[in-house]
Design a protein around this ligand. Structure first.
Ligand code: PGA
Length: 249
């Protein structure tokens, strides 16, 4: 059976002391849950976060990494470096990486390969832009993103892949996909995987929804049969809000 997951993407927020404060609050507020709970602080705070959560079920994950394992790539961080500070999961393909840093499907496919080669788990983000939806091209765009970045993988590789569908128009905007829109797309994603591989694999993949998930809408979104959890941005910066979302799973 696929896992339920709630992951907090802190983006470029929280310095060292603010990270320590938020982690202390998260530890206090962490409920009993069947879900895997993850946080993704910025690179500078990964090691401290990992150390302070070593006795906690909360997993610390990275927001990005470079596709090379080492070399002359000023300012970048590699998979082996992440592993060396205890990080075993990385978010790849976030729409902000695609929009502001020019990351495309080909580059993301290389990053996925490097992560898997280094025994890391990947939370792979994708989703259509508002223009795509207006033109009724959202299914085509999403199928293309999956095919281009992931469908070269072998069936066994998929045990290290978590998907995060994030319609770009819903990220940080306060506008959420309706539970029906989320379910429709998640079912389409599962069918696309079943067609490319098989139903058993499609049924085993956790597909998270991301985009303005808040304590007041999480339960309805998570109740959809093909939604296995959430990737949470803004609401993950407050321990009570984040844990209210965890409780909604
Ligand atoms: P949001 O961000 O919850 O602030 O919309 C989601 C994300 O970017 O992963």
């Amino acid at each position: 059976m696929r896992n339920k997951i709630v992951a907090g993407n802190w983006k470029m927020n929280k310095d060292l002391s603010a990270t320590a404060d938020l982690i202390a609050d998260l530890k206090r507020a962490m409920p009993e849950t069947e879900a895997e709970v993850m946080i993704a602080p910025p690179f500078t705070n990964l090691y401290n976060a990992f150390e302070s959560l070593s006795q906690s079920p909360i997993e610390v994950v990275a927001q990005n990494m470079h596709q090379a394992e080492s070399g002359a790539y000023t300012g970048e961080v590699s998979a082996p470096m992440l592993k060396s500070v205890g990080i075993n999961t990385v978010i790849l393909g976030h729409s902000e990486r695609r929009a502001y840093f020019g990351e495309d499907d080909k580059l993301l496919s290389a990053k996925v390969d490097t992560a898997l080669k280094n025994d890391m788990r990947v939370i792979f983000c994708f989703g259509e832009e508002l223009e795509d939806r207006k033109k009724e091209k959202e299914f085509e765009v999403v199928a293309g993103q999956l095919k281009n970045a992931l469908f070269h993988l072998k069936k066994e590789d998929w045990s290290s892949i978590v998907l995060a569908y994030e319609p770009v128009w819903a990220i940080g905007t306060g506008e959420t996909a309706s539970p029906e829109q989320a379910q429709e797309m998640h079912a389409f994603i599962r069918k696309t995987i079943a067609d490319a591989y098989d139903q058993e694999l499609a049924d085993s993949i956790s597909i998270l929804y991301g985009g303005s998930v808040k304590p007041n809408n999480a339960a309805e979104i998570f109740s959809q049969p093909d939604v296995d959890g959430g990737l949470i941005g803004g609401a993950s910066l407050n321990a009570d809000d984040f844990m209210a979302i965890v409780k909604a799973i």
